[in-house]
Design a protein around this ligand. Structure first.
Ligand SMILES: [Zn+2]
Length: 134
């Protein structure tokens, strides 16, 4: 049991440093989407039973990194939610607002012998504030 927990922690630390490196390597938001003044992510979760993670919101501004992967909020899960396709869609959509659902494809590693699939659902609302075309 102790071994399992230690292993899960190491996995999570490795995952976070990988995410950090990926984020540092990403272009700036203003480079990738020059018209975008603000991106807002409203994230809520379903399917976690009693321990369903609390909702999150994130706002990105032009100097931020254009990096749109969010790690699964479960500490023992190795999954992440990839929202870059949704970001491209919301920038192109005339309403600049989209909603969607993603399911976590990660495994809960706390019990690394059985590795149950996480399958936590992320319900997201993504809104973009864009400057008018010049
Ligand atoms: Zn997960």
């Amino acid at each position: 049991m102790k071994l399992g927990r230690a292993r899960g922690t190491a996995t999570r630390q490795a995952r976070y440093s990988q995410l950090h490196r990926d984020r540092e390597a990403a272009p700036k938001l203003r480079t990738m989407f020059p018209v975008v003044e603000q991106l807002r992510f409203e994230l809520s979760f379903e399917g976690g039973g009693a321990a369903t993670p609390v909702p999150q919101s994130h706002v990105l501004h032009p100097p931020a990194r254009a990096y749109f992967s969010f790690p699964c909020p479960y500490a023992d899960c190795d999954g992440q939610f990839e929202l870059s396709a949704a970001v491209h869609a919301v920038v192109e959509d005339p309403s600049h607002r989209i909603e969607g659902v993603l399911e976590c494809a990660g495994s809960r590693v706390s019990d690394f012998r059985s590795k149950p699939l996480c399958q936590l659902r992320l319900c997201f609302t993504l809104t973009a504030v864009c400057s008018p075309p010049h």
